[in-house]
Design a protein around this ligand. Sequence first.
Ligand code: 5GP
Length: 114
Amino acid sequence: MATIFSKIINKEIPADIVFESETILAFKDINPKAPVHVLIIPKIEIPKVTDLKASEHSLLLGDMIDAANKIANDMGIAEEGFRLVFNCGDNGGQEVYHLHLHLLGGRKMNWPPG
Ligand code: 5GP
């Protein structure tokens, strides 16, 4: 089912886009939880992590990690470190059911997460 992220992909609503390729879009989170908070999403509609098949989606997952590393480098947080997070389902804290990888950085992250 289409979510607000499909509207961002289709440029029907604005977003602060930091990276785009044929398969991936990355944009700043509207409600950032860290100085750097970027969402990296596939352009195809996959609701959540449990809908992924590693064998089928390996290239897409690789593209998402490559994008995260590139953005972390571009934003100057690669050296000091960062966190990559997939929230999955209710208990995972997922609000938008279009797969997205959170890239968080620019401050020390807490562990365990809340
Ligand atoms: P989730 O909780 O599903 O893992 O994360 C969804 C994220 O999407 C949240 O951090 C939320 O702030 C962000 N978000 C929700 N709607 C929008 C939007 O319209 N634009 C942007 N840039 N971020 C959004």
